[in-house]
Design a protein around this ligand. Structure first.
Ligand code: NAP
Ligand code: ZN
Ligand code: ZN
Length: 347
């Protein structure tokens, strides 16, 4: 077994605190990674506090993982000791169903997507994530970070990056399209960067006046402060696609009116309470409200390679383990530009 040190929460109401645990001894297809950096995703907080109602404890959060390969099993082909390797939100799936075969392992038809943390493997063991100094993962679920990217700033690509890249690609963000991004947080700022890089006219919606100038620098052609009165009026019926990256309950109905006929609004944000939508909001204009979860492993590698080619990383604030609970509070307040990354050296 691989002795590991990290930070865990023991219940929905206790803070993250030091925790010692073990990962399995690497098998012949496994990669042992010495974790160097782990991003802090709002999903870490939702799950630590059982806001989705599916939490298992003890929980070692973290699914934006970049580290160095420390050991490889005898049948590992893609990695060697010393490589920079990365792990996102999932570490296995059935690999046989139609979705897994289509490279959409996050939608495994048998429900066997194994989450990097807050999951239970076939042996019945809880999975433990990136707030710790090691992880052991089958190489099929490990991806490579392009060498030209700063590994700390690349860590958030493993969740915030792929979660926004995938739906923007799926719904055709590109030249000639007008795309809206709602919420300028960890996911939102990556959505903005990708939509801009894909060549779409990109409009950022934010509730925070202090983010308006930043949004322009990050690639927004226009920024709309949704606290302004009548903020939606001039844009009605003009958007090809809107990606909602908001972590908290909020009214999505006004955004539906901004879509063109037959267009889609997709949520990647997963607030703890149900989304309310009047039937008229979809019936008028034959519109769709949809959702999307992360992206498959091949698509994650494609996204990382795209970032390597276009020099795209996350805007990060480095933080340390002794400040992780404080960092979570700041994420909830929207007080981070735009992703915290834990430095494993501070463990
Ligand atoms: P985050 O960094 O906290 O960003 C959320 C943003 O939402 C904030 O920066 C803020 O943007 C906006 N916001 C917050 N409270 C709001 C409110 N009451 N009303 C309107 N806007 C509000 O969170 P994140 O890490 O990007 O995650 C966003 C959501 O995506 C979370 O629910 C997370 O669990 C989910 N998620 C889903 C997937 C997936 O696969 N679908 C993957 C990762 C994360 P402004 O200040 O600009 O308004
Ligand atoms: Zn995440
Ligand atoms: Zn499957």
């Amino acid at each position: 077994m691989v002795a590991t040190k990290g930070y865990a929460v023991q219940s929905a109401t206790t803070p993250a605190a030091p925790f010692a645990y073990e990962h399995r001894e690497p098998g012949e297809k496994d990669v042992l990674i010495d974790i160097r950096f782990c991003g802090i995703c709002h999903s870490d907080i939702h799950q630590a506090r059982n806001e989705w109602g599916n939490s298992m404890y003890p929980m070692v959060p973290g699914h934006e993982i970049v580290g160095t390969v420390a050991r490889v099993g005898s049948k590992v082909k893609k990695f060697k000791v010393g490589d920079i390797a990365a792990v996102g939100c999932m570490v296995d799936s059935c690999r046989e169903c139609a979705s897994c075969k289509a490279g959409e392992e996050q939608y495994c038809d048998r429900g066997e997507t194994l989450w990097t943390y807050n999951g239970r493997d076939k042996q019945g063991n809880l999975t433990f994530g990136g707030y710790g100094d090691h992880i052991v993962v089958d190489e099929a679920f490990v991806v490579s970070v392009p060498k030209n990217l700063d590994p700390a700033a690349a860590a958030p690509l493993l969740c915030a990056g792929i979660t926004t890249y995938s739906p923007l690609k799926h719904w055709g963000a590109g030249p000639g399209k007008k795309i809206g991004v709602v919420g300028l947080g960890g996911l939102g700022h990556m959505a903005l960067k990708f939509s801009h890089a894909f060549g779409a006219k990109t409009v950022q919606f934010t509730t925070s006046a202090n983010k308006v100038e930043d949004a322009k620098k990050l690639g927004a052609d226009e920024v709309i402060l949704t606290k302004d009165p009548d903020w939606h009026v001039k844009h009605e019926g003009t958007f090809d696609f809107i990606l909602d990256c908001v972590s908290a309950p909020h009214d999505v109905t006004p955004y539906m009116a901004l879509l063109k006929r037959d267009s889609t609004m997709c949520t990647v944000g997963i607030p703890e309470s149900p989304i309310q939508l009047p039937a008229f909001a979809v019936a008028a204009g034959r519109k769709s409200f949809s959702g999307s979860a992360i992206g498959g492993i091949n698509e994650t590698q494609e996204m990382l390679d795209f970032c390597g080619e276009h020099n795209i990383v996350s805007d990060i604030e480095m933080t340390s383990f002794d400040k992780v609970n404080e960092a979570w509070e700041r994420v909830i307040k929207g007080d981070v530009k735009y992703r915290f990354v834990l430095d494993l050296k501070t463990l």
